[in-house]
Design a protein around this ligand. Structure first.
Ligand code: 3PG
Length: 214
């Protein structure tokens, strides 16, 4: 079993987190866990990201904390050293793919076109982030890609929320969806963890029961 597939199948919904204040990291992870979401993508978009990742890894062992927005091998190294369980990128990088393999970390690169799927496939990657899902054609594009790439599965991310997540999750080539809607940066900054738990619970409910193997 491909480790990234297993992780996504278990997750169903992956909250994409942008944490500006590392002091928010642990209560945020706990709030998401309380709502049933434990696979967390901590994006490397804020100066606090690495500290936030480290804090969650240390204090919330039940969380599966990964690093997002990983675009370089150096970031992959830093994420691995901080204890990341997986790496996510907005696009595909052969450098990151090689480093992730060296580190033994599952890597979910972003793709939006057939050529990018083929480039990732050349590195043995067939479990991919479809990004940015909404602007790149959403469900219609995922259905079209299933024809030439019947063995590729996706975690669409970008433009997904509680109104459309279930439609994405119903696709046979979608294992999970990602998005900021369970824990948007403004709620994190405001420390509104009750609302985040409620959103996580609602998001997890969209996933339903155990997924059938794809
Ligand atoms: C991102 O890159 O910001 C993520 O894909 C989240 O996108 P979203 O805010 O549209 O969910």
């Amino acid at each position: 079993m491909n480790e990234m597939r297993e992780l996504l199948r278990e997750a169903g919904v992956v909250p994409v987190l942008s944490i500006a204040d590392p002091a928010r990291a642990v209560p945020l992870a706990e709030a998401l866990l309380a709502g049933g979401l434990r696979h967390l993508e901590i994006t490397f978009r804020t100066p606090a990201a690495l500290d936030a990742l480290r804090a969650i890894v240390d204090a919330v062992p039940a969380a599966q904390a990964g690093a997002g927005t990983v675009t370089t091998a150096a970031q992959a190294d830093a994420a691995g050293a901080a204890g990341a369980r997986f790496l996510v990128g907005p696009g595909f990088s052969a450098d990151v793919a090689r480093r992730a393999a060296d580190l033994g970390l599952p890597y979910l690169p972003g793709v939006a076109t057939a050529s990018e799927i083929m480039a990732a496939g050349a590195h043995g990657l067939d479990c991919l982030k479809f990004f940015p899902a909404g602007p790149m054609g959403g469900i219609a594009t995922l259905k079209a890609l299933a024809g030439p790439f019947p063995d590729v599965v996706f975690c669409p991310t970008g433009g997904i929320d509680g109104t459309n997540a279930a439609d994405y999750l119903a696709l046979s080539n979608v294992l999970a969806v990602g998005g900021s809607w369970p824990a948007p940066a403004d709620l994190v900054a405001a420390g509104d963890f009750d609302e985040i738990t409620a959103r996580a619970r609602a998001a997890k409910a969209l996933v339903g029961g155990p997924c059938e193997p794809h």
